[in-house]
Design a protein around this ligand. Structure first.
Ligand code: GLC
Ligand code: GLC
Length: 814
């Protein structure tokens, strides 16, 4: 069953029924000011950091789910009836409800008793504000007299404190109201120099800023007293819960449409100009008033929307494909790229499953996110790489997370996730291949953000590599530390105390447990680093890296192979994890995918054997599960992985992030049918028709789909913020379709299904547009290239002569 449809031409997903199985959300903003918005206008906004600069309040775990948001109420002045055109919070039986989630905007529209209302919510480029543009049309044969009420609940900035520290919070809320604009200025009197504002393009009949005055005692958003009464009380918040609400009257003749613009924004004043007059406690509004005036103007709003459209046109044009599979096209051309922007911006911080108060930006996560993002805005990828590298520690290890606002490593979580440092090499290599900008390697970057400790970025990569060599275990495999990519395989934790964090508790000395996964990552990253070194003229270093890589490959062959698949790890007792010998958890996906994608076992048949084992033991119709058999009980020596009921999350769930590793691995053994088949199984668009089972958004990947051991096999969770986005984008575009930036130029090496006759693609790369046509002539993957009609050796299209901007590449597959 479906709850909507893809409008491919407009690049929108149109939801046609408000009660989707879960809130289906979108992101507003892609630079500094962000909002999460659900299909019923739920969600919240923040500036840069969902924890430290939360603009509006939101309660996860509410009943009903997803209550609190950007709510507008319409009230028929004649009958006194009121409703919300976004369905929530009043949940009326709307006619023609639709929610169009587009690229950076969401339009929610509906009709009720002859009144059509449509609100476009978006964040203009380069601004720290959001616009709600409401248009209301009277479809009745009689004039309609309406009241419009806006509403928002402010958060007292630090979202963690906001949800916990009531003894203080109930006394600190402060606002100002001037010319109909509500200024939320809690804590502005002391250490903050920022405030929020909420304005409206029409003359307001009244306002409210005290929540109790608006909703009324013992009431909620679904039936606010003030809306029921039809009048606001011009309340001024002193403590308690500051909100923003406006009342606007609309008299609409039959067929008439009118527009109201609401503007919610964040603004910072220079420290010395906080107050106006300077010796007062009044917010200096001179700096923000021009911005407000600008966006309360309809023509400027339209122009901002147009700019946003053009921005996305430009970003998406960089890589467009036309394959025989509509789901591939839709995801590559629009939605997967769009999701990569969200994961780049949010890492794993703020979604409907990530509260925004938990994690900041993850070191491993954000490096991997670059794989799907770097081609869109390389300059921002560059900045991100340097920020990440600055949180690296002198040991080569890294803070596991950092706060986006401060860009400082998060001490609570700390370090010692022994895979972390290598992802920096992977991220930098992707950046170099895409851009050819080798200057980044010379950028001075500090360790642990300590001034004076700056070294060229290249040295950071060297330390990343050395980090593992300094931490080898009894078999010569890398010690796992707190965890490798799988945060839940906690081999040094041994936690028996409720509430302890599996990620940060370490009860063992960590000298025994080893990770075959890190070995594979080391091989991959080491090869990249060697190539980087060679291209910088550092042959000796390159040779040394390759020698270490070769040694690690031997070690994996010797101690990391179980006969039919790669082992996963050794635990603190030196016992195998992910082996036939284990009672449960005999085979894991991560090492099958990653060893093969790193090239291990390609020359001795093990890669093929491992892939066949995945197909046999792990592949299900809903995707590839993480391990089998699932852990049926808690294993002290394995940690969080065995804390999940079988079939969920890392305990034999379909953890989508690692499925593309297997897709890439399948391309490496030349099996395009299997690679694309696995791709299709978790492709959200291909799963749209089972939305009642899948339950999450059909336009973005989710972190997890319940595995076959779960009673809800096929049900997705944790949509949006997952490494799945970048990895799937990377797998389909660079390995299956095979259009792959390399250090030399654009490599084209498709490994597509046998049944495909071919495909077309346009790829902009280092300032040149490549028009690629792939035609299948035989059943294999042998590619012959013609560049501008001329047959070329090999699979790499070298950069053209200066001035040439368009290149035609014809590829025949035999
Ligand atoms: C989550 C984490 C990621 C980790 C994965 C597997 O997605 O964000 O860092 O690799 O889980 O545990
Ligand atoms: C939990 C999750 C895992 C995530 C980790 C982050 O362990 O299962 O996916 O990476 O939390 O802290």
């Amino acid at each position: 069953m479906k709850y909507g449809y893809f409008d491919d031409a407009n690049r929108e997903y149109v939801i046609t029924q408000p009660d989707t199985p879960l809130p289906w959300i979108n992101y507003l903003g892609c630079q500094g000011y962000f909002g999460i918005i659900s299909n019923t206008a739920g969600g919240y906004s923040f500036y840069r950091d969902a924890r430290l600069r939360r603009v509006t309040r939101y309660r996860y775990n509410n009943v009903p789910y997803d209550l609190g948001g950007r709510y507008i109420y319409l009230r028929d002045e004649e009958s006194g009836e009121f409703w919300s055109p976004s369905w929530q919070p009043t949940r009326h039986n709307l006619e023609n409800y639709s929610c169009r989630h587009g690229l950076g905007y969401t339009i929610i529209g509906s009709s009720y008793k002859g009144i059509e209302a449509r609100t476009n919510y978006f964040v203009p480029l380069d601004e720290d504000l959001e616009i709600w543009r409401l248009t209301a049309t009277n479809r009745r044969s009689q004039p309609a007299s309406l009241s419009v009420f806006s509403s928002i609940e402010f958060c007292l900035w630090d979202a963690n404190d906001d949800a916990a520290n009531f003894q203080r919070n109930f006394s600190i809320g402060q606002v100002e109201i001037e010319d109909g604009v509500i200024y939320h200025k809690t804590e502005y009197r002391e250490r903050r120099n920022h405030f929020a504002y909420f304005g409206c393009s029409r003359k307001a009949e009244g306002f409210d800023t005290q929540r109790e005055a608006f909703v009324g005692p013992y009431r909620g958003w679904e039936k606010p007293l003030a809306v029921e009464r039809g009048r606001l009380s011009n309340s001024v918040a002193h403590g308690w819960a500051p909100i923003g609400a406006h009342h606007v009257k609309l008299d609409l003749g039959p067929g008439e449409t009118q527009e109201v613009i609401f503007l919610l924004g964040y603004h910072e004043n220079p420290q010395a100009q906080k107050f106006d007059p300077p010796d007062s406690q009044t917010v200096n509004k001179k700096t923000v008033k021009p911005i407000i005036a600008n966006y309360l103007d309809s023509a400027n709003v339209e122009a901002a929307l147009e700019r946003l459209r053009q921005y996305w046109d430009g970003l998406l044009a960089i890589c467009q494909v036309a394959t025989p599979d509509v789901h591939t096209n839709r995801m590559v051309n629009v939605w997967n790229a769009y999701q990569c922007m969200a994961t780049f911006n949010m890492s794993r911080s703020a979604s409907f499953y990530e509260s925004g108060i938990g994690r900041g930006l993850g070191f491993r996560d954000s490096n991997q996110d670059l794989l799907g993002f770097v081609h869109m805005v390389p300059a921002r990828a560059r900045e991100r790489i340097l920020d990440l590298a600055a949180t690296q520690l002198p040991s080569g290890g890294a803070y596991h997370q950092y706060q986006p606002l401060t860009k400082r490593g998060n001490n609570d979580v700390g370090s010692n996730f022994n895979d972390d440092p290598h992802w920096l090499i992977v991220g930098v290599a992707a950046y170099l291949k895409e851009t050819g900008d080798w200057s980044i390697l010379d950028e001075p970057v500090p360790y642990d953000n300590a001034p004076g400790s700056e070294q060229p970025l290249y040295e950071h990569l060297q330390r990343s590599f050395q980090y593992t060599l300094d931490r080898l275990g009894p078999h010569g495999l890398p010690l796992i530390g707190r965890a490798d990519w799988n945060d839940c395989l906690n081999l040094n934790c041994f936690s028996d105390t409720p509430g302890q964090s599996f990620q940060t508790t370490t009860n063992k000395d960590g000298k025994v447990a080893e990770s075959v996964f890190i070995a594979a990552l080391f091989v991959l990253a080491g090869r990249e680093l060697a190539e980087i070194a060679r291209r910088r003229g550092r042959e000796d270093e390159a040779r040394r890296y390759l020698a270490e890589v070769a040694k690690m490959e031997d070690t994996v062959r010797e101690y990391g192979w179980d006969g039919e698949w790669f082992l996963r790890a050794y635990d603190d007792f030196g016992r195998k994890v992910g082996s036939k010998e284990c009672a449960e958890g005999k085979i894991f996906i991560e090492t099958q995918g990653f060893c093969v994608l790193a090239g291990i076992g390609l020359d001795d048949g093990r890669a093929q054997t491992a892939m066949d084992s995945v197909a046999k033991h792990l592949a299900t119709e809903h995707g590839i599960i993480l391990q089998q058999p699932a852990y049926s009980k808690y294993y002290l020596e394995l940690g969080e992985i065995s804390s999940y009921p079988p079939g969920y999350k890392e305990n034999a769930g379909i953890f989508c992030h690692n499925n593309p590793w297997v897709m890439i691995a399948e391309t490496r053994v030349g099996n395009g049918d299997r690679a694309h088949d696995y791709y299709a199984r978790i492709n959200p668009s291909a799963r749209e028709s089972i939305s009642d089972l899948h339950r999450c958004e059909p336009y973005v990947y989710s972190q997890m789909i319940a595995g076959r051991d779960a009673p809800t096999h096929g049900e997705a969770k944790n949509s949006w913020l997952t490494g799945t986005a970048a990895w799937n984008y990377y797998a389909i575009t660079q390995w299956i379709l095979g259009i792959r930036p390399s250090f030399e130029g654009l490599e084209i090496r498709p490994v597509i299904p046998k049944s495909w006759r071919g495909f077309k693609a346009t790829r902009m790369f280092r300032g040149v547009t490549y028009h690629i046509t792939v035609t299948r002539e035989g059943e294999g993957n042998q590619a012959a290239l013609r560049v501008n009609g001329v047959a070329t050796e090999g699979a790499v299209v070298l950069p053209p002569a200066e001035g040439q901007r368009e290149i035609a590449v014809d590829v025949t597959l035999k």
